[in-house]
Ligand binder design. Structure first.
Ligand code: MG
Length: 275
């Protein structure tokens, strides 16, 4: 199908947190509290700096988790995820039949691309009542299949990133994270590769502006979600996915045309696919 300016679209890629369900559910602050608890109780971070460090790592590395690994903390990925997401009150996420019918009305490939883990994505999508609306979920485990083995205690060294950013030392670089996550270009490219997605014909919906910027740089069409204020780098801005039809009517117009063509010429093929 074709969007304005001759842009073709054959795939819709959706972020999960604060995109498929809104920020107002209150899940985000719960996740942040759990991350801080993990840092203090499992990794021994001083609780007077846990909030500041949590935010700083999130900003530098895409997720706090990726930042914690980068600066040298050792932990099992599954242990982290079950601590951070395992106790969440998922009932805060309400079923969204409006979103479900919007998604089902679009006969285009639809996938979820989240930095979260598989269990969290599955719970959230189930609560929304849209778990069957997607071809696949590209999640943490897709890009980071295994936890690295722990280092011996004597080799553990924590890079003091707060000190480094406050007083950068010449020649000292920020350590890299072994974790792949948005908005890194490598994570984006890997996600597209595993799901056989062509960025030039894909629209990304995400509430994070830096993810939108990164997606734009690799050629995707972008929709910033959670605000109606469009920023440079985002092709569209939507307060909620419920407004998709008003913002991107071309998707439905073309879907209807495609449907007409299929109905008139490929009835047999269409039926066998459904069956
Ligand atoms: Mg998000």
């Amino acid at each position: 199908m074709e969007l304005g300016q001759g842009l073709k679209c054959d795939c819709l890629l959706f972020d999960l947190d604060d995109t498929l369900y809104p920020l107002t559910t209150g899940i985000a602050p719960d996740i942040m509290n759990n991350i801080q608890d993990y840092m203090v109780h499992k990794l021994g971070v001083d609780d007077t700096i846990s909030l500041e460090l949590c935010i700083l790592l999130y900003k530098q590395y895409g997720t706090t988790m990726a930042g914690l690994r980068a600066v040298g903390y050792q932990f099992d990925y599954d242990d982290y995820h079950s601590f951070v997401h395992g106790t969440l009150s998922y009932e805060k996420i309400k079923p969204d039949p409006v979103l479900r019918s919007i998604l089902l009305s679009l006969p285009i490939r639809k996938l979820v691309f989240t930095n979260g883990d598989r269990a969290h994505a599955s719970m959230a999508l189930k609560r929304l009542g849209i778990e069957d609306c997607f071809e696949a979920v590209v999640c943490f485990e897709t890009l980071n299949p295994t936890s690295p083995p722990p280092l011996p205690a004597e080799e553990l060294q924590i890079f003091d990133i707060m000190k480094h950013l406050a007083h950068p030392e010449h020649g000292v670089e920020l350590p890299k994270s072994p974790i792949l996550c948005k908005p890194s270009r490598d994570a984006m490219m890997q996600a597209l590769k595993v799901a056989s997605i062509n960025p030039q014909t894909t629209i990304l919906f995400d509430d994070s502006f830096r993810n939108i910027e990164a997606a734009k740089q690799i050629g995707m069409h972008t929709v910033l979600v959670g605000t109606s204020e469009r920023r440079k780098g985002a092709d569209h801005a939507l307060e909620s996915l419920h407004n998709m039809k008003e913002a991107l009517p071309e998707l439905w117009e073309e879907a209807e045309k495609d449907e007409d063509v299929r109905n008139s010429s490929k009835v047999g093929i269409e039926t066998s696919v459904i069956a």
